[in-house]
Design a protein around this ligand. Structure first.
Ligand code: ASP
Length: 439
């Protein structure tokens, strides 16, 4: 069995967390390849090292004195190094970083040093080989992850290493410079490495017990989802759940490698398994409830719309021309409604309305703002009768006025549109009916 294990920033924020991580790794010899993030927040209000590095870059690139900013970063690592008595030459590392800043190093280089330095410390602490991702993970000239080149190098480099620490978040660009993934990108590094070594399991260690059925800011102590499919995760991530970086799924899906999201601070909890497909029965009919506020609906009315060929295309073209992506398009015989993000729509509102008038000559255009969309997601819904009935009777009891209903053809989700003001109430009512009372 071969496992790739990724530890997020809060799992490696200080010496105490480093010890927990080492205990977890030493507890299972299959945990062979380790992907660290940069040190994260140690307490509420603390600053992540990556953010400190971006700030340091900002000062340096404006020609300011960045010494103080860089020193504060150094202190974070120095503290870990001295507390754990790690043999690592931080003087040399910071000298190199300083020289590179002076030579005009780019923002990605500086941002990547958070993971790089944490990798140096962790590899020495664990006694594992250090592999710099700049030597094994590549981007093409468009800045997109270069799978072919990475596949030709990464597996070979790791093949004969019993263990290794490979820092997350960055690789090498086509021009030879260091390039980072988007924020939270160490998750992607982990899945690239998992695929590269054909891992049996990718463990993603963080500071929560796994994927939660819903947002803990809305429901107290929501249940943990034990098994989640990639598709369910995609639906929930899109609707606001952020445990694993969205792009981390793609390399894993290609090989069907499962992910186990675990909590570094509660290592005995089983966490959430994310899998391609499963016969495992979900604990509840629904797997999760996600949601987002801030949508606007644009309803277009026109008599005999349903017989006008090309009507939908012309409407959507107006949105396309205005650079707006739409979320949902519920329609009736003579009405067509488009849901879009309010923030994106607001500055383009009048252009869109004028465009619609020109394109389809509607009888009426009606706008409704401050709407929320809630996604009830679950592979179990397909086999269960009455799920929708239960959702909507729960919402009627909670006195929520439902504005829109959309059941995806995969039957994996039901999307409900309500007013922003009813958002929390809606999620609580659905959670109650399926998870608390389990009826
Ligand atoms: N340290 C980087 C960030 O804060 C990458 C990561 O943690 O995955 O975004």
């Amino acid at each position: 069995m071969k496992k790739v294990v990724k530890f997020g920033g809060s799992s490696l924020a200080d010496a105490k967390q480093f010890q927990k991580v080492a205990d977890i790794i030493h507890a299972d010899p299959d945990r062979r390849y380790v992907i660290p993030s940069a040190p994260g927040k140690r307490f509420d209000g603390d600053t992540k090292v990556t953010d400190m590095l971006y700030e340091c870059y900002r000062i340096a690139s404006a020609g300011g004195d960045y010494t103080e900013a860089l020193n504060r970063i150094r202190e974070r690592y120095e503290e870990i190094r001295t507390e754990l008595d790690i043999k690592a030459d931080l003087d040399k590392e910071f000298e190199t970083i300083k020289n590179n800043i002076e030579a005009g190093a780019a923002v990605d280089y500086l941002a990547s040093r958070g993971e790089y330095l944490n990798g140096i410390l962790l590899s020495s602490y664990l006694g594992f080989e250090f592999v710099d991702p700049a030597d094994v993970i590549f981007f093409n000239k468009d800045g997109v992850f270069d799978e072919a080149r990475t596949d030709a190098v990464l597996p070979k480099r790791l093949k004969d290493l019993p263990n290794a620490v490979i820092p997350g978040f960055y690789g090498r660009a086509a021009d030879g410079s260091v390039k980072t993934f988007s924020r939270g990108g160490s998750d992607i590094t982990g899945s690239i490495v998992a695929r590269g070594v054909h891992a049996d399991l990718y463990e993603n260690w963080t500071d929560v017990d796994g994927f939660l059925v819903t947002d803990p800011r809305i429901v107290d102590n929501p249940a943990v989802i034990r098994t989640l499919t990639y598709r369910e995760m995609r639906e929930l991530s899109y609707m606001g759940a952020s445990v694993l970086h969205e792009e981390a799924v793609f390399p894993l899906r290609k090989e069907g490698i499962p992910v186990n999201v675990r909590n570094t601070n509660a290592p005995d909890a089983p966490g959430t398994m994310i899998v391609e497909s499963t016969c495992a029965k979900p604990d509840y009919v629904i797997t999760g409830i996600g949601g987002k506020k801030g949508f606007v609906s644009i309803t277009i009315e026109k008599d005999l719309m349903n017989s006008e060929i090309g009507f939908g295309r012309k409407v959507l073209q107006v949105f396309e021309e205005n650079g707006l992506s739409f979320e949902h398009t519920p329609s009736g015989i003579d009405t067509f409604t488009i849901y879009v993000s309010q923030e994106e729509f607001a500055p383009k509102e009048q252009n869109v309305i004028a465009g619609l008038h020109r394109a389809v000559k509607p009888d009426l255009i009606e706008l409704e703002s401050d709407l929320a969309l809630i996604a009830v997601v679950g592979r179990g819904m397909r086999k269960t009768r009455g799920t929708a009935g239960r959702i909507f009777s729960a919402l009627a009891h909670a006195r929520v006025n439902v504005k829109m209903i959309d059941q995806g053809s995969s039957e994996l989700n039901i999307i409900i549109g309500v007013e922003n003001a009813d958002f929390e109430k809606t999620i609580k009512a659905i959670y109650d009916i399926f998870v608390v009372t389990k009826i």
